[in-house]
Design a protein around this ligand. Structure first.
Ligand SMILES: [Fe+2]
Ligand SMILES: [Fe+2]
Length: 315
């Protein structure tokens, strides 16, 4: 069965219609890549589209959070870094909305309308408020790292070609964000008692949202696993994240805000059972800062309408 682009352009399945889901899944299992112009089962098109739309919305909402902190970032160097990071995140959203729109389910304006009207979702971590500068550091250190881990897992085995190609760039840039988070954290960890306490308070606010970003345990019949969009189960990614970040944070002298945290000689670090009702409420746009964030995003979009109109007029 052809799986590479060269093989595919030489013959089937280019131009082939998938009337049989088993044959389509066998194609994916053999490493087959689906392109935007290829025929694909409607269920695959819909699930992959929804996944990419959620990702695009999350990049946009994350980018706007970074933007809010540019004026408050201490010093020119950090302002430049946060400016660049904002540009990265909005760029990720831009690429993902293009890929999603090409799937033919919704146009970019329709996706943005749905986001601003609260009809679609974005990742849980962007439903909370960043209270202090240390929260921004916790976001860079914990949230960018969690996003990096989950996006890299998609990139490693992604069956949808256009998504895989933009993920290559996104994952590379998220790696920079994660490294920058580490640099900022080390400064606070080595800083004054007040700085140390500020980060501990931010960690108390952001640890659980970051851990919950991976989602509840994957179901055995998760179509995104079967169709090679996700390559690892949610609980596997979450466990690996906990193994890495618990010892790192403890090494810097911080306390993980989880009284049930324990170390098992075989399984490693184990966290308390997670109450997923908070995540579910958040994903229904009922998080602590959801309403303000959506209103801010919609306001930004309305305020910049003149740029889009000018570009369209010029074109
Ligand atoms: Fe991003
Ligand atoms: Fe990022």
């Amino acid at each position: 069965m052809p799986t590479t682009l060269a093989e595919r352009t030489a013959g089937p399945p280019v131009g082939r219609t998938w009337d049989d889901m088993d044959a389509f899944e066998a194609f994916l299992d053999a490493g087959g890549i689906v392109e935007a112009h290829d025929d694909m089962p409607e269920a695959y098109r819909l699930e992959v589209f929804r996944f990419i739309e959620l990702h695009a919305n999350s990049e946009l909402m994350g980018g706007l959070t970074e933007r809010d902190w540019i004026p408050k970032a201490p010093g020119l160097r950090l302002k430049q870094i946060f400016l660049a990071k904002t540009q990265d995140e909005i760029g990720h959203a831009h690429l993902l909305y293009m890929v999603a729109a090409d799937m033919g389910k919704k146009s970019r304006p329709e996706m943005l309308d749905d986001l601003f009207a609260g009809r679609t979702r974005f990742h849980n971590v962007f439903h909370y408020q960043a209270v202090t500068w240390a929260d921004q550091i916790a976001i860079a250190y914990l949230v960018d790292a969690a996003a990096f881990a989950s996006q890299r897992a998609v990139f490693q085995n992604c069956s949808y070609g256009p998504y895989k190609r933009v993920l290559k760039r996104i994952v590379a840039e998220e790696g920079f964000h994660m490294r920058h988070g580490e640099e900022m954290l080390m400064r606070l960890a080595e800083g004054s008692e007040i700085q140390h306490r500020m980060f501990q308070e931010a960690l108390d606010r952001w640890w659980m949202p970051a851990v919950q970003l991976f989602g509840p345990d994957s179901s055995d019949d998760d179509p995104l696993m079967r169709w090679h969009i996700k390559s690892q189960r949610n609980e596997t990614l979450r466990h690996a994240y906990v193994q890495k970040y618990v010892p790192l944070l403890q090494g810097y002298g911080f306390t993980i805000p989880d009284e049930g945290l324990r170390h098992d000689p075989d399984a490693g670090w184990l966290i308390s059972d997670i109450d997923w009702s908070e995540l579910r409420a958040t994903m229904r746009n009922g998080g602590p800062d959801s309403r303000r964030r959506i209103a801010t995003a919609a306001g930004s979009h309305a305020d910049t309408a003149w740029v889009r109109e000018a570009l369209e007029a010029a074109a």
